[in-house]
Design a protein around this ligand. Structure first.
Ligand SMILES: Nc1ncnc2c1ncn2[C@@H]1O[C@H](COP(=O)(O)OP(=O)(O)OP(=O)(O)O)[C@@H](O)[C@H]1O
Length: 306
């Protein structure tokens, strides 16, 4: 692989299924060790992009390179260096976790001797000899991740890996992905659940109807969107400070506390006012959520299309 190439790169990639334009003119690149989320509504093109990167389907236009190769050329060595967790992973319920992982290891041409260590790593050590039919959703997802990790892949493509997981299992999965990225593995995951991505990925690529509508760190997207910032203020007594109105739009979501929305530039002045006023008992800064950013970028695109 050429040193100057990112691990995965897409240039003007399009994919048509008959009349459906599943992916349109998509370009981005993923360096080694990146943790990136592909975010979009149902049918936005997330799975199609992953299948293109895996070489399972060919682009209608544009170029892809994955580990220095065109994935559609199907080089076996390139495929072995990629791990994939499909969206709806199903396993033979009659087999144990260990049997299944050994089966996948043989398919991938990897030694089965690493299966136990991998099962330990994803937290399935104790359950490895139980039948998968009795596994919970979280356990099946972890087995799916173990399967994707076979052969120490350089890039992991995970299609909605956290769907249906409880918060604790989800956090465990994210911390595992963070460790892998620290070790240089590129992690690309798709998700609808924007809120849970905060702090878990460095970059978010927002897709809408097959096109990229925004691509950046969460902080960059917030700066670009310039959405109002909310300050939630809890009053010490009855009296609402006179500067509330002029400071920005005011809402009272409940008794004794207010939300003041202001522009990003007005934020520091508002904070100074609030922290210097004894009538304010407590405050929370509420930056725009990822969901709000997502809606903002979709709205911009729809307006531009009119
Ligand atoms: N094999 C196929 N044949 C025809 N159309 C397809 C095929 N695969 C995907 N599509 C269409 O391409 C578009 C993108 O689908 P894709 O599965 O990539 O979306 P997605 O973002 O992964 O959606 P979801 O969040 O629902 O999984 C959709 O309109 C879908 O119906």
């Amino acid at each position: 692989m050429k040193a100057d190439l990112p691990l995965i790169g897409l240039e003007g990639v399009a994919k048509r299924y008959g009349a459906v334009e599943a992916v349109r003119d998509v370009s981005f690149s993923l360096p080694a060790g990146a943790r990136v989320a592909l975010v979009g509504h149902n049918g936005a093109g997330k799975t199609t992009l992953m299948k293109l990167m895996l070489g399972l389907i060919r682009p209608s236009a544009g170029r892809l390179h994955v580990l220095g190769q065109d994935p559609a050329e199907g080089a076996a060595e390139t495929r072995r260096r990629l791990g994939w967790l499909p969206e709806n992973v199903t396993f033979n319920p009659a087999l144990t976790g260990r049997e299944l992982l050994c089966f996948f290891a043989r398919l991938k041409g990897e030694p089965v001797s690493g299966a136990d260590a991998l099962l330990e790593r994803v937290g399935l050590g104790a359950a490895s000899r139980r039948r998968v039919g009795g596994y919970s959703k979280g356990m099946r997802q972890r087995l799916g991740l173990a399967q994707a990790l076979l052969g120490s892949p350089r890039a992991l493509l995970l299609d909605e890996p956290t769907t249906g997981l409880d918060p604790e299992v989800r956090q465990g999965l994210y911390s595992m992905l963070s460790d892998l990225a620290e070790g240089g593995t590129t992690v690309l995951l798709s998700s609808h659940a924007l809120e849970e991505l905060e702090g878990q990925v460095e970059r978010v690529v927002i897709l809408d109807h097959g096109s990229v509508v925004a691509d950046g760190t969460v902080a960059e997207l917030r700066r670009l969107a310039r959405l109002p910032i909310r300050l939630r203020l809890t009053l010490a007594g009855e009296e609402a400070p006179e500067w509330f109105g002029p400071a920005g739009a005011v809402r009272q979501p409940g008794p004794g506390f207010f939300e003041v929305s202001c522009t990003p530039e007005a934020k520091m002045e508002l904070l100074r006012q609030a922290t210097g006023d004894r009538r304010i008992a407590d405050l929370d800064l509420l930056p725009p959520t990822l969901d709000e950013l997502y809606s903002h970028f979709l709205r911009l695109r729809q307006e531009a299309a009119r």
